[in-house]
Design a protein around this ligand. Structure first.
Ligand code: IMP
Ligand code: MG
Length: 189
């Protein structure tokens, strides 16, 4: 596989991600089949922009009736560290009262973004808010927040590709990789 120069190590290939995504979708399907889901629809909420490749793949395997919605929540401001309180830049325009919600996220690091969004959706009257994340960096946690389903657990490193960005770039890499952060300080796009 051809490697972008900012890649230190490829962690998961497209094929590995695909296989794991199908497993997650099957498991999550089973969960919702066991629930009494209002109007039989699960509301999938993708957190843009990082969720795009994972969510696009996930919904091809997810069989339960669902609606797809999106929110834009910013917390990262382009760098490699989470800064400040998350901000909702694009909100939902449907009612989620009494609905089953599944948030689709690319990665959980500090947990701040999801903690904030989960509380927000609960406040809006959701019956239940579950979370599936492609990647989980448990060592980064600063708040008590766990995903209900997670694709892969990884070490505390800066990750790029498959939706994850550095300065809004590299989301299009077809794999998940550790970024070679030593190269970033004098990197020219
Ligand atoms: P948290 O609020 O610290 O859990 O971070 C959540 C958001 O930060 C994720 O949805 C990502 O968009 C971004 N993020 C966290 N870790 C990384 C990373 O290693 N690379 C790129 N983006 C990241
Ligand atoms: Mg994100």
């Amino acid at each position: 596989m051809e490697k972008h120069p900012l890649v230190k190590e490829i962690l998961f290939s497209k094929e590995q991600i695909d296989t794991r995504t199908a497993e997650l979708a099957e498991e999550i399907d089973k969960y919702y089949e066991s629930q009494d889901v209002k109007e039989n629809t699960v509301i999938l909420i993708g957190l843009l922009k990082g969720c795009v490749p994972f969510m696009a793949n996930f919904i091809k395997y997810f069989k339960h009736e669902c609606q797809t919605e999106y929110m834009v929540v910013s917390s990262y401001l382009g760098g490699t560290k989470t800064v400040g309180e998350p901000k909702i830049n694009l909100d939902l325009n449907i009612s989620i009262k009494d609905k089953h919600i599944l948030i689709i996220e690319d990665i959980i690091d500090s947990g701040i973004t999801l903690d904030y969004i989960k509380n927000y959706l609960a406040f809006k009257g959701a019956k239940e808010v579950k979370v599936v994340t492609l990647l989980d960096k448990p060592e980064g946690r600063t708040v008590d927040m766990e995903a209900d389903w997670s694709g892969f657990t990884i070490k505390k490193e800066f990750i790029i590709g498959y939706g994850l960005d550095y300065e809004e770039r590299l989301r299009n890499l077809p794999y998940v990789a550790i970024c070679d952060t030593d190269k970033l300080k004098d990197w020219k796009w």
